[in-house]
Design a protein around this ligand. Sequence first.
Ligand code: FCB
Length: 444
Amino acid sequence: MKITLAHSSALLKPDFVFGVATASFQIEGAADSREACIWDTFCAEPGRIKDGSNGLIACDHIAHWQEDVELIAALGVDAYRFSIAWGRVIKADGSINQAGLSFYLQLLDALNKRNIKAFVTLYHWDLPQYLQDNGGWLNRSTAYKFAEYADIVSRAFGDRVYSYATLNEPFCSAYLSYEAGIHAPGVQNRQQGRQVAHHLLLAHGLAMPILQKNAPQALNGIVLNFSPCHAASNDAADIRAADMADQYHNQWYLQPLMEGCYPALLQQLPAAEQPQIKDGDMAIIAQPLDFLGVNYYTRTVYRANNKGWFSDVPPTTPPLTDMGWEIYPQGLTEILLAIHKRYKLPPVYITENGAAVPDTVHNGQVHDTQRVKYFEQHLQATEAAINAGMRIDGYFAWSLMDNFEWAEGYAKRFGIVYVDYATQQRTLKDSAIALRDVFAGRKK
Ligand code: FCB
């Protein structure tokens, strides 16, 4: 199975960056050599994770990192996006975990040696439990703690990092964690969700100038997830619902960064559900960015509900991925061009894109045909946005390897590399081979 791109495709130009992505809690394991985080606590609560699993071992990447770096290098990627576990670097008493820091330094050195650009995410959801015990993201002081953490890491890493992202998908750490209640810490409270979103954005804004000072050579920015919001019907009420959902889930994070204000929908929330915003916060949040990371998986359909709000309509028409997400590649082009038109964006990278497939290994092979097709279509959708005049500098496949898929546990496989969790054996899936061939076919 091959992935075919146009001969003249902008994606095949020498400086377009191709990479693979992971996140600390999802792959690292070695939980005993770091502080506990909110996901450890969440996993220990009955019923939170579908298969009852946790992140204690995961892909045991801390033990297998050298083999994993070889794997990444063998794919022929230009870049590797991974995240730092805050609690592997800073201990509960505020002191530095030197062994934890050295782990990441070794990893960075190994990547640099192989000419693989390191895209470091500082926060991919694994807040240390010691900070949660002090209020977590509901406590404004966590934003300042994050800035200190960013300072420590970026000073220690020196010039080894090609790009820093402050946060990965604050939508998930705010909405899924504090409103939908399906991510750690599993709260359902709108005011808290909006407050957490605000403190996350504040954390980003406080960290940005620190990164720019300590790592002026790096591309410093943030990673947001987007899903185009479509109306379930042509009814004015559904169209309005889809627009509200877009403001609430997409623009809520991007507009403050770009324009220093929240969407107009904020004014429609009852005062008791609005976040507390201090004077000067919005200016702190709206720091100039060197890049914007866009994560894309699917679109979402909305209808108006009887509370004057929006409800999502779960997809039923195939093709759906193993997550039950609709495969809708044109949505990637659509959302990219929509934000490109609306804002003056910095260079964009697609920092995550991929599909869960119920893979099985036969004779050392994994024929993940649906994933190969998914990548082909979404690479073409990325190319379409570039052809329409947008600057997109790179694309990262989610994920390098199967891993702990949050509330879904290990049952959902997003990797281009198959992981046998009993043996920790890694096997290239057909999608890894197809992507490797695309990367290798470029004129560098
Ligand atoms: C994104 C997350 C990533 C992974 C994918 C499937 O929301 O950033 O960690 O779980 O979804």
